[in-house]
Design a protein around this ligand. Structure first.
Ligand SMILES: Cc1ncc(COP(=O)(O)O)c(C=O)c1O
Length: 437
């Protein structure tokens, strides 16, 4: 069964007259699923429903909503949109933040469980695993270099109580790529049959569809690309059709914990999701342009962008593209040739010639890249992982992960590419001047 058909089974409503609706593309789903015009007023955009409680016509007789923590029209609408755009998904669950999403998943594993996690997982996820779940529920985590270890090593790390394998791909900030189908195959062939979760925040549902690659759960910090405008903190889980029971379990935990987003934030995130496909194409072409300029600069020691042929997993990046992104990338390659690489998300990292002083000079000399944490918004951001996002990792571990003092991470926005390239080039000149001084 093709992925699109699989998706269509769950998200396209057949017409009342029995005529089957065609399976819609990514952008069409993003704009229309969960956003039908209001039946009463005709409003094209959903109203924001702030009510915390709902009238019951008789005891237990209601229109599907009782109390806003358990369900709210804006949250439901966003969840429908999310399940439609995370291709292969059937169930979406929206949370108050990416971090509360992580916490809910890990709490649902119960006491004394074991999980395997990619070794350079997002710092907040590492912190929750090692300093909260370890203390509160005796969760044991084995951190593995899932990019490089062989299948036997992964299989050998799975224990009778291993319930989950946590993947982030690409990793942050060194953009290592993990072969998701390979990890899924090892996990699902093992008698313990752990679930495979992919944090798909960095690529967004536009560039990567882990559920089509066999993953059991996709998670997102919606704070990043899905909302896309740096004005909402939210998270989400999306599950495939086979995991109806797991969806119920996770919803039960979410409701019990109360890790729910506000209706207004859901409304904003749904609005953001409608332009995800447009923004992700622009993020990708801009990041490729900036990466190409950085690769040519004498002031750059190394550029890390999986869309460039110089990236060690460039071939895997192409192979793992979501079907809709593959079409976009193929059109780019046909127009520009293969040597220049292809758009692959908006995140890149590079090692500037010099050290901390040059990284600092670069990051404070840009006109358009704002020095700030986070990523995925329309505006370009730059940050210094060693001192900012990854500052809490002990130095030896940081260096082992390649997070050196001259590493700079950029979240390339959707401004005009020429302006971004010029900005990066002038900031590199400014940084280089401090080298020579
Ligand atoms: C990959 C990844 N996962 C999860 C999170 C946590 O999400 P939030 O900040 O929405 O809690 C982040 C935040 O930076 C992230 O980058």
């Amino acid at each position: 069964m093709s992925p699109a058909l699989l998706h269509g089974e769950h998200h396209t409503n057949g017409h009342a007259n029995g005529v089957k609706k065609p399976v819609d593309g990514f952008g069409t789903r993003a704009i229309h699923v969960g956003s039908e015009p209001n039946a009463e007023t005709g409003a094209v955009i959903p109203a924001i429903s702030l009510a915390t409680t709902y009238r019951q016509e008789a005891i237990g007789v209601h229109k599907g909503f009782e109390y806003s923590r358990s369900g709210n029209p804006n949250r439901n609408a966003l969840e429908e949109t999310l399940a439609a755009i995370e291709t292969g998904g059937a169930f979406g669950i929206a949370f108050a933040s990416g971090s509360s999403t992580t916490a809910t998943v890990l709490q649902s594993l119960g006491a004394d469980a074991h999980i395997i996690s990619v070794n350079d997982v997002y710092g907040g996820t590492f912190r929750y695993m090692t300093r909260v779940a370890k203390v509160n529920q005796n969760l044991e985590t084995t951190f593995l270099d899932l990019e490089n270890v062989d299948d036997d090593t992964i299989a050998a790390a799975i224990r009778p109580n291993t319930k989950l394998i946590w993947i982030e791909s690409p990793t942050n900030p060194t953009l290592r790529l993990i072969d998701i189908p390979r990890v899924v195959a090892v996990a699902h062939a093992h008698p313990s049959n752990p679930l495979v979760l992919v944090d798909n925040t960095f690529l967004s549902p536009y560039y990567s569809s882990p559920l089509l690659q066999g993953a059991d759960i996709v998670m997102h910090s919606l704070t990043k690309y899905v909302n896309g405008h740096s004005d909402v903190v939210m998270g989400a889980l999306i599950l495939p059709p086979r995991h109806a029971e797991l969806n119920n379990t996770l919803r039960f935990f979410q409701n019990a914990i109360g890790a729910v987003p506000s209706p207004y934030d859901c409304w904003l995130a749904q609005r953001g999701a409608k332009t995800l496909h447009l923004r992700m194409k622009a993020h990708g072409t801009n990041a490729l342009a900036v990466a190409t300029a950085l690769a040519k600069s004498p002031y750059v020691e190394e550029i890390i962008y999986p869309g460039l042929a110089s990236h060690p997993r460039h071939e895997l990046a192409y192979r793992s593209l979501a079907p809709h992104a593959r079409k976009f990338v193929d059109a780019h390659l046909a127009a520009h040739g293969e040597d220049g690489g292809f758009p692959y998300g908006g995140m890149l990292s590079f090692r500037i010639r010099g050290g901390l002083a040059q990284a600092d000079k670069f990051l404070t000399s840009t006109r358009l890249f704002t020095l700030a944490e986070s990523l995925g918004g329309v505006e370009s951001l730059g940050e210094h992982p060693a001192k900012m996002t990854h500052g809490s990792i002990p130095e030896a571990e940081r260096l082992a992960l390649g997070i050196t003092d001259n590493l700079v991470r950029l979240s390339v926005g959707v401004e005009d590419a020429d302006d971004l390239v010029a900005d990066v080039e002038q900031a590199l000149e400014a940084a280089a001047a401090t080298l020579e001084a």
